[in-house]
Design a protein around this ligand. Structure first.
Ligand SMILES: NC(=O)C1=CN([C@@H]2O[C@H](COP(=O)(O)OP(=O)(O)OC[C@H]3O[C@@H](n4cnc5c(N)ncnc54)[C@H](OP(=O)(O)O)[C@@H]3O)[C@@H](O)[C@H]2O)C=CC1
Ligand SMILES: Nc1c(N[C@@H]2O[C@H](COP(=O)(O)O)[C@@H](O)[C@H]2O)[nH]c(=O)[nH]c1=O
Length: 418
C-alpha cells in the first residue's frame, strides 16, 4: 500500500460487525495480480500484486444507499454472498490494462441480480469510452436492467470527450452502483449524487487499492504536476561522485537492481545535462518486460550526438527554464510520475523549489571525501530553514541501505505560511 494514501475512514478491522463474519473474511481474501507495473515506489512488488484489497465501508453516511432508512453503513448479507466484492477485486485488476496517461485507470464489472458476471470493461485512455460504458457496450439492450455496476472510480457526471457515465448507467437500468475511489473533479464528480437522485442504490466502498491505483493521477488533479521522486546514490560521507566527477559505481548490484524497479514504476525518468555529459546514462529499466519510463533531460546544453540516451526505446524530451512549468508540461502530456536521477544541481533545484514528494537515497558503506556533495543549494542558509524530512522506510540492499523520506508535513506548512 502506498504510504501516501491516507483516509480518515476506519480500516476494515474496525468494522467488527462486518469482519466477524467468516464468510465475509473469506470473500475479501482475494489475490489481485498486477498486470502492468509490478513494482511499487517503495520497491516491493506492487500492492495489487501481492495482497488482498482492503474493503471498508465509508462511515461518513454520504454514500449511503438512497433507500437506506438507518444511518448504518450498508452491509453485505452473510447469507447471500455479495458478488460485488469479487467483482471489485476483478475491476481493480482489469483497470491496469488501461494506459497511465491523462485519465485515471479504471475498471468496471457488471453483476446480475443473482451474482453472475455479465460484462467487464476498462478505460483505454482519453477520448475512449469510460470503463462503465465499455462494459455496458458488451451487453444487449435490456440486459443490464436490475444489475449492479461495480467500478473502481465514481462514475463521472460530465460531458467531456464522452457523455456522463452516470446517465449511461441510469439509461441502462442499472439498479445498484458500488464504487471505490471518489472522483475529485469539479466537473466530473458528483456522479454518485446524480445516480442517487435517479433512484439508483449507490454505495461507496473505501477500497485502499482503488485509491492507490490512481494516487498519482489524484496528485496531478490536486497540484497540476506529476509526482516527483528524487533519487541519488551516495557514499557514507554524503558524496555522489569522486573528486574527478566519476561515480559509477557507488552502490552495489542489489541497490541498482532496486533502482531499475523504480524506473519501471515511474512514467518518466529525468536527469540534467550535467549528468548526460558526465555519465552518458542509458536511463532504461533493465528488467525483462518492464514498462520503460520516458527519458527527460533538463537543461539548455545540447545532448551529444552519440549519447546513449538516444538509444532509449522512447525518444528523449529536453526541457529547460522554470521547473514547475516543465512539470506541468509533462503532466499535460499524461506523465503522472517522474523519477529524478540527476546530479546534485538538478536534485537541489527540485528540493529548493518544494517540488519533491519522495526522496530515495541509496547509501553505500564507502568514503569518497572531496566536495562532490549529494546536494548543493537547497535554499537553507540557517538552521531554522532546514528541510525536515519524515522517513517512511529503510531497507538493506546487499551492503547498501535505502532510505525513503518525504518532506515533513510541518515543513510543507511552514513553506506555505512564508
Ligand atoms: N551518485 C548519483 O546518484 C549521481 C551522480 N551524478 C554525478 O553528478 C555529476 C553531475 O552533476 P550535475 O552537473 O549537478 O548534474 P545534473 O544532472 O544536476 O545537471 C545539471 C544541469 O541541469 C540543468 N538544469 C535544468 N534545470 C535546472 C534548474 N532549475 N536548476 C539547475 N540546473 C538545471 C542545467 O543544465 P544547463 O546548464 O544545460 O542549462 C544544469 O547545468 C557527475 O559527476 C555525475 O557522475 C549524477 C547523477 C546521479
Ligand atoms: N552512480 C550511481 C548511480 N548513478 C545514476 O545512474 C545513472 C546511470 O544509469 P544507466 O546508464 O542507465 O545505468 C547515472 O547517470 C546516474 O543518474 N545510480 C546508482 O543507483 N548507483 C550509483 O552508484
Amino acid at each position: 500500500m502506498y504510504a501516501h494514501v491516507e483516509s480518515s475512514a476506519p480500516r476494515c478491522g474496525e468494522i467488527p460487525h462486518l469482519w466477524s463474519k467468516p464468510t465475509n473474511q473469506r470473500k475479501l481474501a482475494w489475490q489481485v495480480k498486477f498486470l502492468r507495473r509490478p513494482y511499487s515506489r517503495d520497491g516491493r512488488q506492487h500492492p495489487l500484486s501481492s495482497r488482498a484489497p482492503d474493503i471498508r465501508l465509508d462511515p461518513t453516511g454520504v454514500e449511503m444507499p438512497m433507500n437506506a432508512t438507518t444511518s448504518e453503513p450498508a452491509q453485505p448479507d452473510a447469507a447471500q454472498p455479495d458478488a460485488a466484492q469479487g467483482a471489485m477485486a476483478h475491476a481493480l485488476q482489469i483497470a491496469l490494462r488501461g494506459p497511465r496517461t491523462l485519465n485515471p485507470q479504471t475498471g468496471a464489472v457488471v453483476v446480475s441480480a443473482d451474482g453472475r458476471t455479465l460484462a467487464e470493461g476498462w478505460h483505454r485512455g482519453a477520448g475512449t469510452p469510460h470503463a462503465e460504458v465499455d462494459a455496458l457496450s458488451k451487453l444487449s439492450p435490456g440486459e443490464a436492467e436490475g444489475a449492479t455496476m461495480v467500478v473502481t472510480l465514481e462514475p463521472c457526471n460530465h460531458f467531456g470527450r464522452t457523455g456522463p457515465c452516470a446517465l449511461a448507467l441510469i439509461e441502462a437500468g442499472i439498479s445498484r452502483v458500488v464504487y471505490g475511489a471518489a472522483d475529485p473533479g469539479i466537473e466530473s464528480g458528483s456522479g454518485a449524487e446524480r445516480l442517487r437522485e435517479a433512484g439508483v442504490q449507490v454505495e461507496r466502498w473505501a477500497v485502499d487499492e482503488a485509491e492507490a491505483l490512481i494516487a498519482d493521477w489524484l496528485l496531478v488533479q490536486r497540484t497540476g504536476r506529476p509526482r516527483v521522486t528524487v533519487k541519488w546514490a551516495q557514499s557514507l560521507d554524503g558524496r555522489t561522485a569522486a573528486a574527478d566527477g566519476t561515480s559509477q559505481w557507488i552502490t552495489g548490484d542489489a541497490a541498482r537492481e532496486h533502482v531499475h524497479q523504480q524506473r519501471a514504476a515511474h512514467d518518466a525518468i529525468a536527469v540534467g545535462t550535467g549528468t548526460v555529459i558526465a555519465d552518458d546514462p542509458r536511463l532504461t529499466a533493465r528488467i525483462e518486460g518492464a514498462s520503460q519510463p520516458r527519458p527527460v533531460v533538463f537543461g539548455t546544453r545540447s545532448v551529444p550526438a552519440d549519447a546513449r540516451i538516444r538509444e532509449h526505446p522512447h525518444e528523449f524530451q529536453q526541457v529547460s527554464g522554470d521547473l514547475t512549468a516543465s512539470l506541468e508540461l509533462l503532466a499535460s502530456q499524461g506523465v503522472q510520475s517522474v523519477y529524478v536521477e540527476g546530479g546534485p544541481t538538478l536534485a537541489s533545484a527540485f528540493l529548493r523549489e518544494g517540488l519533491v514528494d519522495d526522496i530515495h537515497v541509496y547509501i553505500a558503506p564507502t568514503l569518497l571525501g572531496g566536495d562532490r556533495l549529494a546536494t548543493g543549494d537547497v535554499g537553507v542558509t540557517t538552521i531554522g530553514q532546514q528541510l525536515r524530512l519524515a522517513v517512511s522506510k529503510t531497507q538493506q540492499l546487499g551492503d547498501d541501505i535505502l532510505l525513503i523520506a518525504h518532506p515533513a508535513a510541518d515543513a510543507a506548512a511552514k513553506k506555505e505560511d512564508a
